[in-house]
Design a protein around this ligand. Structure first.
Ligand code: URA
Length: 205
């Protein structure tokens, strides 16, 4: 069906966004997902974290970063001296994209068109929450936050001026840390991740 004018009405609050995500038809990912997953956290948060998209558990619970990647993220935040309840956590894409393998739903990376379609929501979240610092977790989030593709390894960890006046910071995605096979490499990458979060926390003060 054609999109209605109401769908293009600018959200008036973060709660308005949360209420409208299930009805979003800006791309086709809603078809396979249980629900849209809105951002979570105080509307006045100085720090905003942007992930890629909900995973299996986030799709089922309707909350961002509650699965394995979320557990790792929580631990790293705590180590960096950041209280998760003080920050706003959202995703570049609000519906879970996956591939069925038997009964398992395997994460599939959203494509550039899906990221672009969902930027409408992210940009309204940024406008409404006005965070001082926006941290992009991984390449998909970096593309959504910066509006262009960047190499995470090249830009990570240093502040980038964003057009809306916020500071941007790109770091790796926690799922990337979970996937590293070598324990030594994993420990080093985790440490660097915590360091990036610490930088973000400092920038937000
Ligand atoms: N990975 C993400 O990027 N976001 C989530 O909410 C969960 C896992």
């Amino acid at each position: 069906p054609a999109r209605s004018a109401d769908e293009d009405r600018a959200p008036g609050s973060l709660a308005d966004i949360a209420a409208r995500l299930d009805g979003c038809r800006r791309c086709d990912l809603w078809r396979g997902a249980t629900q849209g997953v809105p951002g979570e956290g105080p509307a006045q948060a100085r720090l905003m974290f942007v992930g890629e998209q909900p995973g299996d558990q986030e799709d089922l619970s309707g909350k961002p970063f509650v699965g394995p990647a979320g557990k790792l993220f929580d631990r790293a935040l705590a180590e960096a001296g950041i209280d998760r309840s003080d920050v706003y956590v959202t995703n570049a894409v609000k519906h879970f994209k996956y591939e069925l393998r038997g009964k398992r739903r395997l994460h599939k990376t959203p494509d550039a068109g899906e990221v672009q379609a969902c930027r409408w929501w992210l940009d309204h979240e940024r406008r409404l929450a006005r965070p001082r610092v926006i941290v992009a977790l991984g390449g998909t989030a970096a593309r959504a936050v910066l509006g262009k593709a960047v190499a995470v390894t090249k830009v990570r960890g240093r502040p980038l001026a964003l057009e809306d006046g916020a500071e941007g910071l790109v770091t790796v995605h926690p799922s990337y840390l979970l996937r590293l096979p070598d324990e030594t490499a994993k420990a080093a990458a985790y440490k660097a991740f915590v360091e990036d979060l610490r930088t973000a926390g400092r920038l937000a003060r």
